[in-house]
Structures are given as C-alpha cells and as structure tokens.
Design a protein around this ligand. Sequence first.
Ligand code: FEO
Length: 395
Amino acid sequence: MKKRIKNNTYWVGKVDWELQKFHGDEYSTHKGSTYNSYLVQEEKNVLIDTVWMPFAREFVENLSKEIDLNKIDYIIMNHGEVDHSGALPALMEKIPNTPIYCTANAVKSLKGQYHKDWNFVEVKTGDSLDIGNGKTLVFVEMKMLHWPDSMATYLTVDNILFSNDAFGQHYATDLLYNDLVDQCDLFNEAIKYFANILTPFNVFLRKKLDEVIALNLPIDIIATSHGVIWRDNPMQIIEKYSKWANDYKENQITIIYDTMWNGTKTLAENIAEGIRLQDKEVVVKVHNLAKSDQNDLITEIFKSKSVIIGSPTISNSILHSVAGFIHLVKELKFKSKKATAFGCYGWSGESVKVLNTLLSEAGFEIINEGHRNQWNPDDNAKSEAIEFGRKIAQA
Ligand code: FEO
C-alpha cells in the first residue's frame, strides 16, 4: 500500500527484510535494505525509480492497485543500477511508450542491461519538468555518486530531494522516517554505506555537495532510495557527508590480522596493549580477519587514523585472506591514513615486507618497517610487540 510522504507524494517501494548480501556477495547487509520508489500525483503522475528485479512482479501488481498504470505520465530513473531499475522491464511491458527521464549515461546503462529501446528523455543538471499544480521537478546530475549515470530529482513547492543512493543506508524498516528508528542502528548503517560505497568518490562528492549547497534549494525532505527518509533535520546527513568526505578519521587505531597457529594473533594482542599503555585516549580495536565481516572492517578502517595489518609468512608471502582484503581496501582509495605491518614466521619471513608494500600501493603512509617475530612469541617477543605498539602510538 502506498504511504504518503508529503501532500501528493507517496512511497511505493519494497522493504527487503531478509537481504544479507548486496552487490553479489560484496557488501554485507546485516539489517536488510529497502528499495524506495516514489509516486508523485500532481496534474501529472510521476514514478521515481523502481525496485530490485526479484520484486518486480510484486511491485507492478501493487502499483497497479494504487494507480491505473496508463495514467503514469513520466518515469524518472535517477540511476540505472538493477536495485532501482529492476522492475522497469515488467512495468514497461504494461506501459511501453511512457517517457523515461534520466541522464545520458543512464540511457547507456539501461540499454546495456535490458536491451530495450524505451522512450528515453535525456536530462542534464538544471533541466526541469512541469508536473502541474505549480510544481516542477528539477534534475541534478550526481555523476560518480556513485555511478556515472546517477542523478537526483528535486520537487519544488514540497521541497523534496529524491537523492537516490546518496544519503542512503541498507536498513530495512517500515517506519519510513529517520526520527522513528534507532539512531545508533541508523548512523551505523549510514557510515558503513558511505565507507564501503562512496569513499572512492570523495573528490567528486565534495564538489557535488558544494554545488548542491550553492543551489540554495530549500530542502524539507531527503527521500533516499535505500533505508529511511530524512525528514527530521534533513541537513544533518548532508553535514555528516561533508565531514565523511574530507578524509575522515577518529582517534582510533585498528589492528587486523589473520593467523595460522596463533603466533600472529599473540603479536596483535600485545601490540594493542602497547598502544594502550602509551596512549590512554586512543581507541584500539583488534580483529581477526577470518572471523570478521569485511565490510564492517572497512568501516573500522574508515574511522581509523592508523591501521596495522598482520599475516604470518606462507610460501614467501602472506595469507590469501589478507591479500584479498588489502585489495578491497585499495579499491576504496583511502587518503590521509597511516599503516604498518606485523607477522610471525618460521623460516624465510617475507610477510611484513610484502604487507607494507601492498599497504603503500593502497595509498597508506607507512609508519615504519613493521614488526617480525620468528616462531611462536615467548615473553621476550611479547615485550617487543608491546614496544612496537608504543612506537605506533607515538607515531
Ligand atoms: Fe542502490 Fe547504485 O544502487
């Protein structure tokens, strides 16, 4: 059933309570997600975005109970990714000639995915669409937030910004609004979304936020495409984005390792102790990579000023779990963060050097040459690891 957002604008999306993984298996969604679609019923009827493909039939059926589909005058596709465009093929079977307003890049992505020559109308920043009752939809390209085709749509008079992925969270709720949900859950999911999806595009994001602020649009509601709608102080999430997009870090050091026979684990715990002994203020977190959620670890790195990565030496190199994880970290293009490495070894002991090389290539400032320990750490080796932790705290 449609839910009124404001005046003649309604939510007609889908809450996906059981989603555990997104982007294939790349992104963990511990709290499910939502695919928010909106119906604006002024003199013209406008559908903004749809839902993910598995819910396409359900979406079209539900929508047809709310409105005669033939009365939809315009479809706005803010972004071509399948979680928002997935119901288009089913919908367009019913209303094949309805114009689809989107960016030129979205035409490419929609054609590339669905191989249909629908009635596309390309729009650019500043283009607008009169929908009657004195209201207009204004389009704002949001290139690289997070795809080249992304855009936002602004509804005048009601002052609603349909922001698509920007300001979203993978957070299933039927309470709809930011002021009605658990704030801790909400901001955990919002920062995780930012850290894992938007971090590589910080430069674009900073420019875009400045551009949106300069437009001076009154914004009463930010209607995202995932999670809650920001109606209570909607600018708070824009302010958070401004902070997060500026090489964000807290007073936190995160230690992440994998281990074969617990030697590297022992080093990790003693390094953490050394940091704490040296600096009572800093937050120190220790995670065994093999027993942790990788996207949650990315969020911890996002919050950290320094990251210390550990792996034992295996076959003159490092554990593939750690190599794969650093690859993920590298993709995110973190800036202004420091790192170093540690690990146990039995024979040749290359892991620390390999780790520091990979961390440097991933854009981290390397603190020092790292810390190696041969065989299982004894009391002396534990003291050395504590001393290494102290030096990192000083750095
Ligand atoms: Fe929610 Fe980029 O799709």
